[in-house]
Design a protein around this ligand. Structure first.
Ligand SMILES: N[C@@H](CCC(=O)N[C@@H](CS)C(=O)NCC(=O)O)C(=O)O
Length: 263
């Protein structure tokens, strides 16, 4: 039996839900509300020491980290394969996973907090906001999060996050100019991995990132029209949250774009 601890807007949880859906696997979900700090409970930390989602439990054994979870799903359930067959394409697929782990995931957090989540958190009382900060176990991450929420677009790592996204999209455009999918001729874990990160930009109305990048725009349209995109990614996000992200993102985009263009 597969159990998944996940959250509605979490990009890494969406990546795993998408792989489960593409592989046609049944799973039992446990919703962990990150915006209420449920990931910091003692019970949850016992299965995920970093207090993050997603966590997958397979026959009682715990697997964390979305890219590792998706590789596990491929190994355990290869019948519907999401791996390319060519070894070079497999290497390219792993490079995309590395880019997500090393750069894009962090950039998505920076952009999401500074463009939208901060406004909900700033509505908390001073004490509750302080409690929210204190719950983040890692002191460096805690200080960064604090700056995202208090300083927004002026937080020190916003520019780097925008530039990393911009470079990733440039790389996607290059690859997609000569290849239908990100790691070869077939849809793979590489496309699944990038989907929630590009969708985050789309949800924020930051699609100006792919102006002049027609192959990325086309890729995203093909991604969006796959039946599992709606059920595994969007249907988990409450309509009010989608509307809130869209509205705050629309307001933020001119400032973020200016920061990127004038750097
Ligand atoms: N390397 C992990 C990263 C997990 C992660 O950062 N999850 C975020 C949501 S996308 C989270 O749970 N954040 C909680 C927090 O930062 O307090 C993975 O790929 O699963």
């Amino acid at each position: 039996m597969i159990e998944l601890y996940h959250h509605s807007t979490s990009v890494c949880a969406a990546k795993v839900r998408l792989a489960l859906a593409e592989k046609n696997l049944n799973w039992k979900g446990h919703f962990v509300d990150l915006l209420k700090g449920e990931n910091f409970s003692e019970a949850y930390r016992r299965i995920n020491a970093k207090a993050q989602v997603p966590t997958l439990i397979y026959d009682g054994r715990t697997i964390t980290d979305s890219n590792i979870i998706n590789e596990f799903l491929e190994d355990a359930f290869p019948e519907i394969s999401l791996h390319p067959t060519d070894p070079v394409d497999i290497a390219f697929m792993r490079h995309w996973a590395k880019l997500l782990d090393e750069e894009l995931h962090d950039s998505a957090s920076v952009i999401t907090y500074t463009a939208t989540h901060r406004y909900s958190l700033l509505e908390l009382s001073k004490e509750d906001l302080e409690d929210f900060f204190e719950q983040t176990p890692d002191p460096v991450y805690r200080a960064r999060k604090k700056a995202w929420i208090l300083d927004g677009v002026d937080a020190p790592d916003v520019l780097q996050a925008l530039q990393r996204y911009d470079r990733a999209l440039e790389r996607m455009e290059e690859v997609l100019t000569s290849s239908k999918w990100l790691a070869g001729y077939a849809y793979s874990l590489a496309d699944i991995g990038l989907t929630p990160y590009i969708n985050r930009l789309a949800m924020l109305n930051f699609s100006g990132f792919w102006d002049g990048r027609p192959h990325v725009a086309d890729w995203f349209e093909r991604i969006r029209s796959r039946p599992n995109f709606q059920s595994a990614v969007m249907d988990h996000i409450p309509a009010e949250l989608i509307a809130q992200i869209a509205e705050r993102g629309r307001e933020s985009w001119p400032v973020f774009r200016h920061k990127l263009k004038t750097a």
